[in-house]
Ligand binder design. Structure first.
Ligand SMILES: [Zn+2]
Ligand SMILES: [Zn+2]
Length: 381
């Protein structure tokens, strides 16, 4: 078993800010002798499924997370020069509930908090914290920001708030990148950790695979910020340390603080989330009380529909066809899907809103019409 796990890692899904291709990233992790790996892209979880599958394929334990943006005030406040500087925060899913909460948070970051970046806020973080591990993130994390401003009291206050929400699942993140500000932040974080009894953990905020890839990452940053490599004032990383370091390199840097390395393994052990593939997950459709099952209600709607179209006594041919169609829908597990689609189409019609088939239905529909005439009737239910 490996003695170190990377828990703060960006992939190419940190758009224009991550140069790690998922397949190569997982292979490199394995090559360096590590057995688990986290994905924490900036504000998004686009890579989660691909990452999970690739890790499973290569025998690495996947940890699904995100480096979220936390709004300085409410996620609804969007005033320039105040609300466009969110803080960073690492969230990792411990279990399936945590994963669900994380997807909720990330979605709300887009639907409610979007202002330059998808932003969450402390209100929803508190509400959806269950099942999540929280790390204090890079120099753009809120504790580090206060440290760099020289306000240790405020830094402690922020750390206390997070500890109050996440309890023993809140960690202060130390990074071995050698930047002057980071060296200072590491020292102060150790002080805060000791004083407030908050555990510390080592991460490397991996943005690219190997040291020599730092240049490529700089080019990505230039594309993101619309600058040229020759521009003096471009946003840049001042060091080439944000690569996937080996466990030995990580341990060496923190040789006086072995617990920050051990804690990476403890965190990885706490994270046990599995995706369930091949199962259709539909929202539950609430059927009226007098019906015992969804299938029973679905059949009643079909019977009503047939009577509307063919009168009180449809022919045997029509009834046989209906029975066949219902049996296929039931066997395929699509009863709820049909109820949901029926519900919103029915509602739209009752409000005089035009409805029409989606293009893929139309193409299937046309194909079916050519091949088998009866399909037409099934779509008219
Ligand atoms: Zn960050
Ligand atoms: Zn990061």
């Amino acid at each position: 078993m490996s003695n170190f796990v990377h828990l703060h890692v960006h992939t190419e899904y940190s758009l224009l800010d991550g140069a790690n291709r998922i397949k190569d990233l997982v292979a490199r992790t394995k090559e360096l002798g590590m057995d688990s790996l986290a994905i924490t892209d900036h504000g998004v979880m686009f890579g989660a499924v691909e990452f999970y599958k690739e890790c499973k394929k290569q025998g690495i334990k996947p940890i699904i997370g995100c480096e979220v943006y936390v709004a300085p005030r409410s996620r609804f406040q969007k005033e320039s020069n105040i609300d466009n500087h969110p803080s960073h925060l690492i969230l990792l899913a411990k279990n399936n509930e945590g994963y669900k909460n994380l997807t909720n948070l990330v979605s709300m970051g887009f639907t409610e908090g979007f202002y330059y970046k998808p932003r969450i806020d402390l209100e929803i973080l508190e509400k959806y914290h269950e099942g999540l591990i929280c790390l204090s993130a890079c120099l753009a994390g809120s504790v580090n920001k206060e440290i760099l401003k020289g306000d240790m009291e405020k830094a402690k206050e922020v750390a206390k708030w997070y500890k109050g929400v996440f309890g023993e699942d809140y960690y202060l993140e130390l990074q071995p990148n050698g930047m002057r500000e980071q060296v200072l932040a590491n020292q102060k974080l150790i002080e805060i950790g000791r004083e407030l009894n908050i555990p510390l953990v080592a991460t490397n905020d991996c943005h690219y695979l190997k040291k020599e890839d730092a240049y490529n990452h700089e080019v990505l940053l230039c594309i993101q910020t619309g600058k040229k490599m020759s521009d003096e004032d471009r946003m840049r990383m001042t060091v080439d340390e944000f690569y996937v370091k080996s466990p030995e390199e990580m341990s060496d840097y923190f040789k006086n603080l072995p617990e920050v390395i051990e804690n990476t393994v403890k965190i990885a052990d706490k994270c046990n989330m599995d995706f369930e593939f091949g199962v259709t997950k539909l929202p539950n459709y609430d059927v009226p009380n007098e019906f015992k099952t969804h299938a029973e209600y679905f059949r009643k709607l079909c019977d009503d529909g047939i009577k509307n179209r063919y009168g009180e006594n449809p022919s045997k041919e029509v009834l046989d066809r209906l029975e066949y169609e219902i049996s296929v829908i039931e066997k395929m597990g699509y009863v709820d899907y049909y109820l949901i689609v029926w519900d919103y189409i029915n509602w739209a019609k009752s409000q005089n809103i035009s409805v029409g088939p989606r293009s893929w239905i139309r193409s299937r529909f046309n194909r079916s019409l050519c091949n088998r005439n009866y399909r037409y009737r099934s779509y008219k239910i």
